[in-house]
Design a protein. Structure first.
Length: 278
C-alpha cells in the first residue's frame, strides 16, 4: 500500500484529459440464454416492459448489459444512448489505478430511488514519478450519471456518488478514506488543494460532515515526502498521516506543538482500493 500511496500522492499533474468511459460492447449470455453477471437492478419502460441491467466482466473489462424478457427468453435491449446512438451495452475504460468510495466496492452503481446509473469517470494524468513523466489512467471517484427517461438511459451530468453528502460532491479526486475509533475521515483533492471531511465513526458519508477543513500542505518525515496532509482549524492542527509513519496511518490533533489527540486509523481507501459498506 505504501508504494501505491507514494505513486498517487507524489503525482505532478502536467495535464488532464477526460475520457468517456463508455462505448459499445457485446452482451454476454450463458448457453441457456441466461445473462451472465450481477443483476444491478430493473426499470419499467413506458411500454410497460421491464428492463434488466446486468453488470458483466469480459477480458477484464466491466460492462452493463440491458435485457428484456420476450417469450420467457432474455433479449438484448437498446436501453442506452451513447454518443447519439442507441445500444444494449456500455463498458468502462480500463484503469491503471481505481479509487472508489462506492458502497461494497461496486464498479457500477444503480440508484433505484431515481433510476440513475453511476459509471466511473476515467481520466489520464501526465504524472511525474521514478524520474520521468508517465501517462496514468485513473478513476477519481467521480461518475458519469445516466438517468432513465422512460425509454433510455441518457447522460445527465458528472458528479460525486449519491452516497456522498451533496455538499461534498464537487472535487477533483478522492485521495484517502480512513476510520479511527471515533471518526470517519475523507480527504479529497480539489482545485485549490485538499479537503478534509470528518464524521462520527458511527455515521456514514451520506450525512452532513461534522467538520470540513481545507489546506495545501503535505506532511514529510525523515526526508520522505507525501506521507499525509495537514489542516488548520483556528489554531488546532489536524494531521492525517496516510503512510507508514511511524506506526501506521494515524490522525493527530495538535494545539501549537502540544499533542491533544492521536488515534490510529484503519485505511479503507487508497489507490486500487474501495470502501466497504459502513
Amino acid at each position: 500500500m505504501k508504494n501505491l500511496l507514494k505513486a498517487s500522492l507524489g503525482l505532478i499533474i502536467a495535464g488532464i484529459m477526460i475520457l468517456f468511459s463508455i462505448s459499445e460492447a457485446k452482451a454476454v449470455v450463458t448457453n441457456n440464454g441466461q445473462p451472465e453477471g450481477r443483476l444491478l437492478g430493473t426499470v419499467k419502460a413506458n411500454n410497460s416492459a421491464t428492463i434488466y441491467l446486468f453488470e458483466q466482466v469480459a477480458d477484464g473489462t466491466y460492462t452493463i448489459a440491458a435485457y428484456t424478457l420476450k417469450d420467457n427468453k432474455y433479449a438484448k435491449e437498446n436501453a442506452f444512448k451513447v454518443k447519439g446512438k442507441y445500444c444494449p451495452v456500455i463498458k468502462s475504460v480500463k484503469c491503471d489505478t481505481w479509487t472508489s468510495s462506492a458502497p461494497g466496492g461496486a464498479y457500477f452503481v444503480f440508484n433505484k430511488s431515481d433510476n440513475t446509473l453511476y459509471l466511473p469517470l476515467v481520466v489520464t494524468e501526465k504524472s511525474y514519478y521514478a524520474g520521468a513523466y508517465h501517462d496514468m489512467v485513473t478513476s477519481p471517484d467521480r461518475y458519469l450519471v445516466y438517468k432513465f427517461d422512460g425509454n433510455h438511459f441518457v447522460y445527465k451530468r458528472t458528479d460525486g456518488g449519491f452516497w456522498l453528502h451533496q455538499d461534498l460532491r464537487s472535487f477533483k479526486s478522492l485521495v484517502f478514506i480512513g476510520k479511527t475509533k471515533d471518526y470517519l475521515v475523507r480527504i479529497d483533492k480539489t482545485k485549490d488543494g485538499f479537503r478534509y471531511s470528518a464524521w462520527k465513526a458511527k455515521n456514514d458519508m451520506r450525512g452532513k460532515p461534522d467538520l470540513v477543513l481545507t489546506g495545501k500542505d503535505i506532511l514529510c518525515h525523515g526526508g520522505q515526502v507525501d506521507l499525509g496532509y495537514t489542516f488548520n482549524n483556528n489554531g488546532y492542527i489536524y494531521e492525517v498521516w496516510t503512510d507508514d509513519y511511524p506506526d501506521g496511518p494515524v490522525l493527530k490533533v495538535l494545539q501549537g506543538k502540544k499533542l491533544i489527540m492521536q488515534q490510529q486509523m484503519r485505511v479503507f481507501v487508497s489507490p486500487n482500493d474501495s470502501i466497504p459498506t459502513i
